[in-house]
Design a protein around this ligand. Structure first.
Ligand SMILES: *[C@@H]1O[C@H](CO)[C@@H](O)[C@H](O)[C@H]1NC(C)=O
Length: 209
């Protein structure tokens, strides 16, 4: 095999490995996809984007009586986040996205996702973990550009972005003074965590110095 050919093969292999979970193709293996780090403010809620796949032979055992657990040990002896009223998305669709409420400092830990069905399908997924950081303050927004030199009459577009760790409560972004049109969007990072962006457009005048 020449070098180019083997490079192509390696690329294809990586594509298949990455592609099996991301695009919903069958992996025939136990795998979970999670963000590595998630930050949440004390007392607030946090949504962990999560999807998983299981070995083909267990497909029939995945029913709506299965439960999602978040544990801090592989042996699942220690239930992790049961006191946070967790709400899990559709496990039948292999969507284990979970929202936890009222996060407290003692929830600041590393968690495994565990699937527990009444049948023999019980599995702690170990290929990925999520580190939940509980902080005292809200995450800082970023403002771009932070400084700007423009001529009078120039078009100015300012962008403010802030993490939106919990889907049901996204941050409020306010411009003072409100100099022009404002556009808000919620976007996803590569790890599926979300952030909110607000864009303020206006025409610069001397008064805005
Ligand atoms: C602000 O300006 C940007 C860049 O030109 C444009 O894409 C966006 O639609 C504008 N938004 C508003 C609310 O005018």
């Amino acid at each position: 095999m020449d070098e180019l050919m083997s490079k192509k093969m390696a690329g294809l292999l990586i594509f298949l490995l990455v592609g099996c979970l991301m695009h919903g193709t069958k992996c025939d293996n136990f795998k979970v996809s999670l963000p590595y780090n998630v930050q949440v403010m004390k007392g607030s809620c946090v949504t962990i984007p999560c999807s998983f796949d299981i070995k083909n032979e267990f497909e029939g055992l995945l029913t709506d009586t299965c439960a999602a657990k978040w544990v801090i040990n592989l042996d699942a002896k220690d239930p992790g986040l049961t006191d946070t009223e967790p709400v899990t998305e559709n496990l039948l669709k292999k969507d284990c996205t979970t929202t936890f409420n009222k996060m407290q400092p003692d929830h600041d830990k590393t968690y495994y996702f565990r699937l527990e069905c009444p049948s023999k399908l019980k599995w702690t997924f170990s290929n990925n973990v999520v580190n939940i950081k509980v902080t005292d303050n809200p995450p800082l927004p970023t403002l771009t550009p932070s400084t700007l030199k423009v001529k009078e009459g120039a078009f100015v577009s300012l962008t403010c972005s802030a993490p939106a760790p919990c889907l049901s409560y996204s941050p409020t972004l306010t411009w003072t003074p409100r100099l022009g049109d404002i556009q808000e969007t919620v976007q996803k990072n590569q790890d599926k965590t979300q952030f909110k962006t607000s864009i303020l457009n206006f025409t610069a005048s001397r008064l805005h110095h």
